[in-house]
Design a binder for this molecule. Structure first.
Ligand SMILES: Cc1cc2nc3c(=O)[nH]c(=O)nc-3n(C[C@H](O)[C@H](O)[C@H](O)COP(=O)(O)OP(=O)(O)OC[C@H]3O[C@@H](n4cnc5c(N)ncnc54)[C@H](O)[C@@H]3O)c2cc1C
Length: 438
């Protein structure tokens, strides 16, 4: 039975992934803003369906929930390590990159120590009647501000037969559906980090559990690494996010396309492991038929084969007129994620401004709308077209939450020094007097 919650909140969060967990951590203990964060799942998970062994975080360990905004916060990664008594061991382990599972454990630890987080409660609708009115599957709540942190949904190309099934599924289900693949032919589609991790996992399994053939198809012309070099990482700084937001839409779109490998490429360490395992299978184990590599190819057709398998057709970017066909037993679509649709905002949809597929936001990640400035809907991880590739990445999670918390508190905290790079043209006195050298 539904009941009204008599308490009025300053901030009501929808979804508890890293984004809203960061905001919940920064607001913790703030008696001026009563906050509540609702998560539909029964307990904390973080991409658990694809936590393959050996996978690691693709950002610096310092980019935790809070440290880049508030290093003294009790929910920092260091605080987690210390509270578990393993801070020396973590240092001595000398991880080049943090195990993804350990990051998940850290997130869960933070969620369990914050009583403003509630699990097993799904937000169904948000409306406005002098204040936000939120219907969940348990009760009705009211709030001054809403923070939407609902993350992403799995995405497959139009050629994937609907519905997905046990023998053609999205990579987010690999742990569940990818168990019994010994002796089968498996095709992994997608040349990003997830595709690389699944491919590596499949070809590294013990002989009895290993598929007999593993194909790896990618539209990209090769299996390209993620560019994680120093100046490129200046794209993942707050000052660049603010600079990017001022650019015209066409330039922003162009930059996101050009820089996609700064975010969606494969970690070099993973690529090295993949190559070494392919070498070992070919030249040490003599297992020459195990691997088939097809970068620069797009899957153009998938049909049921004659013996219940899948018949796939793909075309090379270099030879688009020629189709290659092959059969496989199982397809793993490692074809990405797209921002989840906040269907619960439907009652307010006509009042919220949009830009392309996104809600138009201001510099505090608040959706522009026709309602009062005292009431805001903030969005996390949903403004890549407006704020750049960093918006969907963990890099700016703490900073973005700080901006949102600042807006609710009516302050603007000091920010870190800007990038070394002058992103915007600046006129320097010496240059304008003498002219700029060509
Ligand atoms: C396997 C994987 C690894 C990644 N690794 C990295 C990495 O190393 N570095 C990096 O920068 N980025 C990484 N990312 C990208 C990104 O950082 C993550 O996707 C991150 O989880 C996004 O956080 P989020 O809080 O926005 O969303 P999510 O983590 O997806 O959380 C959203 C939550 O909202 C809940 N929810 C949705 N609707 C409702 C509702 N109506 N009511 C209540 N709850 C709701 C969902 O159940 C979910 O728990 C990775 C992504 C994947 C898929």
């Amino acid at each position: 039975m539904r009941k009204n919650d008599s308490r009025h909140y300053g901030c009501l969060g929808v979804g508890v992934g890293p984004a809203n967990l960061s905001l919940a951590s920064l607001l913790y203990g703030d008696e001026t803003i009563a906050s509540l964060f609702l998560e539909q799942k029964e307990s904390f998970t973080w991409h658990d369906g694809q936590q393959l062994p050996g996978t690691t975080l693709q950002v610096s360990m310092l980019k935790d929930l809070v440290s880049l905004a508030d290093p003294t916060n009790r929910f920092s990664f260091l605080s987690y390590l210390h509270s578990q008594g393993k801070i020396y061991h973590f240092i001595n382990a000398q991880f080049d990159a943090m195990p993804r599972h350990e990051y998940r454990n850290y997130l869960r630890w933070a969620s369990e120590r914050n009583e403003n987080i509630v699990f097993n409660e799904k937000v169904l609708s948000v409306d406005f009647d002098d204040t936000f009115v939120v219907e969940t599957d348990r009760r009705t709540l009211t709030a001054d501000n809403i923070s939407v942190g609902i993350g992403t949904s799995p995405c497959v190309p139009a050629v994937a037969p609907a519905p997905l099934s046990d023998d053609q599924f999205h990579v987010s289900d690999i742990l569940d559906k990818g168990r019994n693949l010994g002796g089968k032919r498996v095709c992994v589609v997608g040349g990003g980090q997830s595709g690389a991790e699944v491919f590596l996992d499949l070809i590294s399994r013990p002989k009895a559990e290993r598929p007999r053939r593993v194909s790896w198809v990618s539209r990209r012309r090769n299996y390209f690494p993620m560019d994680d070099s120093p100046f490129v990482n200046d794209f993942y700084m707050p000052s660049y996010s603010d600079y990017f937001a001022q650019l015209d839409r066409a330039t922003r779109e162009q930059l996101n396309t050009q820089h996609v490998l700064t975010s969606d490429g494969i970690s070099e360490a993973t690529l090295r492991e993949v190559y070494q395992q392919v070498y070992v299978q070919n030249f040490v184990e003599g297992n020459r038929d195990l691997v088939a590599l097809y970068p620069g190819h797009e899957v153009t057709r998938v049909e049921r084969g004659t013996v219940g398998d899948w018949s796939m057709e793909m075309r090379s970017g270099d030879h688009p007129g020629t189709a290659t066909r092959f059969d496989t037993d199982v397809i793993v679509w490692a074809t990405g994620f797209r921002p989840a649709t906040p269907t619960f905002l439907e009652p307010l949809a006509h009042r919220l401004e949009r830009e392309g597929g996104e809600y138009r936001i201001d510099d505090s990640f608040a959706v522009r709308w026709d309602g009062p400035a005292t009431h805001r809907i903030f969005v996390h991880n949903a403004a890549q077209q407006q704020r750049g590739l960093a918006d969907r990445n963990l890099s700016l999670v703490a900073w973005r939450s700080q901006r949102i918390a600042d807006r609710m508190r009516g302050v603007r905290t000091d920010e870190q020094t800007e990038s070394f790079i002058d992103w915007a043209p600046k006129s320097h006195p010496s240059e304008s007097a003498q002219g700029v050298r060509g």
